[in-house]
Design a protein around this ligand. Structure first.
Ligand SMILES: [Zn+2]
Length: 234
């Protein structure tokens, strides 16, 4: 009788820890095809939110990156693709506390999209099964500041021209429409995220169809370089 009670207790404890494990689904293991297929767009947002919470609270998952290299050598099943800036302070895998094979990344100064990037995103979603597109801007973005000031330098001039529609689109009572006005810069950064998502929808038939069918999701986000926090616009 006594032994049975101990066994029941042990079983209850095992179930309890299994449940905790289910809540904190990221065990540091790489994703399989089945695991990727089971992730919905909303679940993908939740996974990124939880990862960022772990990052800002200093409680990141311990990962054996070399083991992950081996595990992903035969295939990759990332659950999301992040369009973000070149800026060295916003490495998406780190700020979302993810490992090798978890995220596709498209990074370019000012996190805009053009046909090359859109084609890459079609590969990430339609062909490789990623469930979520995140367009992530960040505070204090040098590319956005450059666009606000009409900065010119070699080929960078053409790169920054991709942000000009956001500069023009920001209305409101801004006496100074340049990088000298932090509020204006941030308004342009937010507008740039919004216009980038719109351009993706307008320009990519492949992803628009997937979005309309709910096969993938898309969300805007803003990374705060002073806190490490990602704010999702959803
Ligand atoms: Zn930037």
């Amino acid at each position: 009788m006594k032994v049975n009670r101990v066994k029941v207790m042990a079983l209850a404890i095992a179930i309890f820890f299994a449940m905790i494990g289910a809540v904190h689904a990221d065990s540091g293991a790489t994703l399989t095809r089945e695991a990727q297929a089971a992730i919905t767009p909303d679940k993908a947002i939740e996974m990124l939110k939880q990862g960022n919470q772990r990052f800002v609270s200093g409680k990141t998952v311990e990962r054996d990156l070399l083991a992950q290299v081996k595990q992903t050598s035969k295939g990759q099943f990332p659950f999301a693709v992040v369009v973000s800036c070149l800026d060295s302070r916003i490495p998406p895998e780190i700020v979302f506390d993810r490992g090798i094979g978890d995220l596709f990344l498209a990074r370019v100064a000012g996190n805009f999209v053009n046909d090359d990037i859109l084609g890459s995103l079609e590969f990430a979603t339609k062909l490789s099964g990623a469930k979520l597109i995140v367009v992530m801007g960040h505070t204090e973005c040098g590319a956005v500041k450059g666009a606000c000031d009409g900065a010119q330098l070699g080929l960078l001039t053409a790169t920054l021209a991709n942000i000009n529609p956001a500069v023009t689109a920001v209305q409101g009572d801004y006496t100074t429409r340049s990088s000298k006005n932090p509020k204006f810069v941030q308004a342009v950064a937010e507008m740039n995220v919004s216009l980038t998502m719109q351009k993706l929808r307008d320009r990519s038939v492949v992803m628009r169809e997937m979005l309309d069918k709910g096969e993938i999701g898309m969300v805007g986000a803003m990374y705060d370089i002073s806190t490490g926090e990602v704010k999702f616009y959803k």
